[in-house]
Design a protein around this ligand. Structure first.
Ligand SMILES: *Cc1c(COP(=O)(O)O)cnc(C)c1O
Length: 524
């Protein structure tokens, strides 16, 4: 049997670790130093006390495991404490402002959680007979109706699992529509410079070549440049509105008309829908497809890349090409799940299936709860308050920081700053790291790319004025230190469990598998 950690249940504090922490244990008051679970546990201990299983006849045809799998054994309290300690090193929306621009990190109401945990929603199985899940299908249908109504579109594909997945769904609809018209030769998708990285990635993944559309000096799509590039090889444009500079694309209708005039389609990245929900219907702007991130606008949890949901609303032109499966209401009020098998009769033009099962039931239930608890007027107020809060941040900081589009008037849901007025040698990363010491998750940094050293702050509507004031004060003080050339900022954060990491090395050469120290040394 291998021994992972013969020394005991906690690893030796190395002198460097101790020197950094300046405490004997490495802990800083309630901020606890926490090793990897492999460093804590040992294969010689176990958290369970079960009798050896009786010898049985192997039924795996000689495929059974011969060596141990090397999992560290821990008792239940040790395991619980390990994960609880780790969770305390994490930042969360339940802990404080999460000002990530473009990501709409808003409070997740507990009412949503309560509804999603009702056994009739939480315990349904995707392979259950459709007759036994009529209520769940009714929820999907009701949410679909709201999303269509709020966006002024014709149909909606509910099955995509995230915003980026929704983009792929929308672009595959466009591809199918073009092929049905005999225009599959259109191979170019135009994407503005300020677009989220998922937009060009989606277009390339779907087999298109991507071309940039430049931005104007006021941070919007250059309509003249776009028109000049349009032609018979253009399949679509992908535009984010409000865009990632936090500005509304005022020429959207003109852009759509120009794209349609040459036979292309308009994809809108709807990640920023929170700024306009209840005030603008994308369908009225000539948009053909747009994803909605339920985990952004409609308050479902972001969940560490986990349970996302990105329904895609579609125009009348694109709806016939939407994916399977989908929910359909029959004349007698009964809900049906239209599956692949019936494609010949019911949905002949579908581009196919993107997912094994229909969608994220838990997210649908949460999003519908959010919508119904706000009502139409409440959703409109969400957008208004989100925009008000962002403008409050912008105007509170535009004397201390440089706001590249600040002169152009109010912003939408996010305030954009650049690194222009920091002291020589100080950059956006120093401000972000300083903010960690102040107890805040940093804002989005170095995005959008059109602004040098961008800092993009999205407060959302769920922050109080007092909460915003505290955040603004903290950010202002960090920026003032960066303007004054305070060198302690260059090594921030000082109070976090880890200080500056080599982020490039971590991204380029990630160490994802733990090896025993001797084995790791031997491998080097
Ligand atoms: C978040 C975001 C996306 C991607 O959405 P996911 O749900 O994270 O896949 C795309 N575009 C913009 C502008 C976004 O903010």
């Amino acid at each position: 049997m291998t021994t992972l950690n013969p020394a005991g249940w906690r690893p030796e504090m190395t002198p460097e670790r101790r020197a950094k922490a300046a405490t004997h244990s490495g802990n800083k008051a309630l901020m606890l130093e926490e090793p990897l679970i492999f460093e804590i546990g040992s294969t010689e201990t176990t958290g369970v006390d079960l009798a050896e299983p009786p010898a049985g006849k192997p039924r795996l045809g000689n495929l059974e495991r011969t060596a141990t799998i090397g999992l560290p054994g821990l008792a239940e309290p040790e395991t619980v404490r390990h994960y609880t300690r780790l969770s305390r090193q994490n930042y969360a929306i339940d802990l404080g402002v999460f000002p990530l621009g473009s990501c709409t990190m808003k409070h997740n109401p507990r009412l949503n959680e309560k509804m999603a945990r009702l056994p009739g929603f939480a315990d349904v199985h995707p392979l259950q007979p459709v007759d036994t899940v009529q209520g769940a299908l009714a929820v999907i249908q009701e949410l679909a109706v709201w999303l269509i109504e709020l966006t002024g579109m014709y149909g909606v594909a509910m099955s995509p699992k995230a915003g980026a997945h929704g983009e792929l769904c929308g672009i595959l609809c466009i591809k199918a529509a073009l092929e049905a018209r005999g225009e599959g030769h259109r191979k170019v998708i135009l994407v503005p410079e300020s677009a989220h990285g998922t937009n060009p990635a989606t277009a390339a993944f779907a087999g298109y070549s991507v071309e940039d559309i430049p931005a104007t000096a006021d941070g919007r799509v250059d309509l003249a440049a776009l028109k000049a590039r349009l032609g018979p090889d253009v399949a679509a444009v992908m535009i984010t509105n409000p865009n990632t500079c936090g500005l509304f694309e005022r020429d959207m209708r003109a852009i759509s008309d120009a794209v349609h005039a040459v036979g292309g389609y308009v994809y809108c990245d709807g990640a920023n829908f929170n700024a306009i929900v209840g005030r603008v219907r994308p369908g009225d702007l000539g948009i053909d497809a747009m994803h909605i991130n339920l985990h952004k606008t409609f308050s479902t949890p972001h969940g560490g890349g986990g349970p996302g949901s990105g329904p895609v609303v579609l125009s009348e032109a694109l709806s016939p090409y939407g994916p399977l499966p989908f929910v359909a209401k029959q004349a007698d009020g009964h809900f049906q799940l239209v599956e692949e098998e019936t494609v010949g009769e019911d949905h002949p033009h579908s581009f196919g299936r993107m997912v094994a099962f229909h969608g994220q039931m838990g997210m649908f239930t949460r999003a519908l709860t959010y919508i119904l608890s706000h009502g139409a007027d409440g959703l409109r107020q969400v957008a208004e308050d989100a925009v008000l809060n962002a403008n409050y941040v912008l105007r509170s900081l535009d004397k201390t920081m440089t706001a590249p589009f600040g002169e152009a008037g109010p912003c939408m849901h996010e305030a954009l700053f650049s690194d222009a007025n920091l002291a020589e040698g100080f950059t956006t990363i120093d401000v972000a790291k300083g903010l960690i010491d102040e107890g805040y998750h940093p804002m989005t940094v170095y995005f959008p790319l059109v602004v040098h050293g961008a800092m993009l702050v999205e407060p959302t509507e769920t922050e109080s004025k007092a909460g915003l004031d505290a955040f603004i004060d903290a950010l202002r003080s960090v920026v003032e230190r960066a303007k004054a050339g305070d060198h302690s900022l260059k090594s921030a954060p000082h109070y976090a469990p880890r200080s500056r990491l080599d982020e490039t090395l971590a991204a380029r050469k990630p160490v994802l598998v733990w090896k025993e120290p001797e084995a790791a040394q031997a491998a080097e």
